[in-house]
Design a protein around this ligand. Structure first.
Ligand code: PEP
Length: 251
């Protein structure tokens, strides 16, 4: 089965509203000829409605970097999936390693956030990945197994049909180190097999598995050629539209 590539940019805590709109507008111009590849950018919550308006009607879609799993209520500082959807987003990144590392995200909260994301009609991009110490301790596969099993507990395969998984080795994020093609191939094959074992072949064959971790214009085409890699989640190199478009046009 052929899967449509997805190239997603995570803008993290960068760019004011004005800066985000300028970058998004430039990206829309540059990406207008791109076909057969889905494009997503994830600005801060504050910029989400502005960027959604700036890209409206184009092939550039918008995602949130996080959300909270309750619909509404006394949860100071939080934003719900329905609010993200109403702001014009189509995607939500869930369980990014920076959220797990600095903001107490666990597989249990990830699972609730995936449920809220799906309920709101958003496409969840579930981030998983091992730390350097876990890789050195040969725990990579058990860590991924746990993140998938617990993060996707209690869903059936139909509900997970829109899901995207991003494999992001923590040691490769923002460090300039990328996993070797062998490491990426081995892990992506493992993740697809995990999905197959837990949710069946149909979902395993259709689910998109992205690679993330220091993806740049210079290494994207090699990464995209690897079996079971269906796209990329890009941090630093997505902040500049003229750089990001080179990744989007990896072919
Ligand atoms: C990320 O933030 O998801 C990421 C992969 O960052 P970078 O591309 O900068 O390593």
């Amino acid at each position: 089965m052929s899967r449509r590539a997805l190239i997603a940019g995570n803008w993290k805590m960068f760019k004011t509203g004005t800066e985000a709109v300028t970058t998004a507008t430039r990206l829309v111009e540059l990406a207008s000829e791109v076909v057969n590849t889905d494009i997503m950018i994830a600005p801060t919550f504050l910029s989400l409605p502005l960027v959604s308006q700036a890209v409206a009607g184009s092939n550039v879609k918008v995602g949130a970097q996080n959300l909270f799993y309750e619909n509404e209520g006394a949860y100071t500082g939080e934003v719900s999936a329905a609010m993200v959807k109403a702001a014009g987003a189509d995607y939500a990144i869930i369980g990014h390693s920076e959220r797990r590392q600095y903001f107490g995200e666990t597989d249990e909260t990830v699972c609730k956030k995936i449920a809220a994301t799906l309920k709101a009609g958003l496409i969840p991009v579930l981030c998983i990945g091992e730390t350097g110490a876990q890789r050195d301790g040969e725990k990579t596969f058990s860590v991924l197994d746990k993140q998938v099993s617990n993060g996707l507990k209690s869903f059936d395969s139909d509900a997970l049909q829109p899901l995207v998984i991003a494999y992001e080795p923590v040691w490769a994020i923002g460090t300039g180190k990328t996993a070797t093609p062998e490491q990426v191939a081995q892990v992506h094959e493992y993740i697809r097999k995990l999905v197959n074992d837990k949710f069946g072949n149909t979902l395993a064959m259709s689910i998109r598995i992205l690679y993330g971790g220091s993806v740049k214009p210079g290494n994207v085409s090699e990464i995209m050629k690897i079996n079971d890699v269906d796209g990329a989640l890009v941090g630093g190199a997505s902040l500049d539209a003229d750089t990001f478009i080179k990744i989007i046009r990896y072919k």
